[in-house]
Ligand binder design. Structure first.
Ligand SMILES: [Zn+2]
Ligand SMILES: [Zn+2]
Length: 136
């Protein structure tokens, strides 16, 4: 029986044989997906260690942003010239946090706008306490 090969990175399957595997793994799509996968799953420590070996990204240093994001081949992390401590930009910190965050999902057919306010997730910026005095 022929088995199928499942590629985790691309979330796809194909008949498993040496030629198919090689073609797939050498393919541009797979390479991209693999890079993206690792970019999303690396810990901050790994990102920092890797950045030490890469030249700084000029675009990022200038604009504080870079179109390549996590896939940039240059480093977005600066190192303090004297202490060698990493200076991690917000962009990277927030990405690391968001990849670790647990996502809550509503049951099927539930619509967020139909929920009563007490069931809604807290607003992004926190609650507005400025009118608290008027509640009573
Ligand atoms: Zn693949
Ligand atoms: Zn960059």
């Amino acid at each position: 029986m022929r088995s199928r090969y499942y590629c985790d990175y691309c979330d796809c399957t194909f008949p498993d044989n040496a030629t198919n595997r090689k073609n797939h793994i050498d393919g541009a799509v797979h390479q991209q997906n693999r890079q993206r996968y690792y970019a999303q799953h690396r810990s901050l420590e790994e990102v920092i260690e890797e950045s030490r070996t890469k030249p700084p990204c000029r675009q990022f240093m200038r604009d504080q942003s870079c179109a390549y994001g996590a896939n940039c081949k240059y480093s977005h992390i600066m190192f303090d010239r004297y202490t060698g401590n990493p200076i991690v930009p917000d962009e990277i910190q927030s990405r690391q946090k968001s990849s670790q965050r647990v996502r809550y999902e509503l049951p099927k057919n539930w619509n967020k706008k139909d929920l009563s306010p007490s069931l809604l997730p807290p607003p992004r910026k926190g609650y507005d306490w400025s009118n608290v005095g008027q509640w009573s």
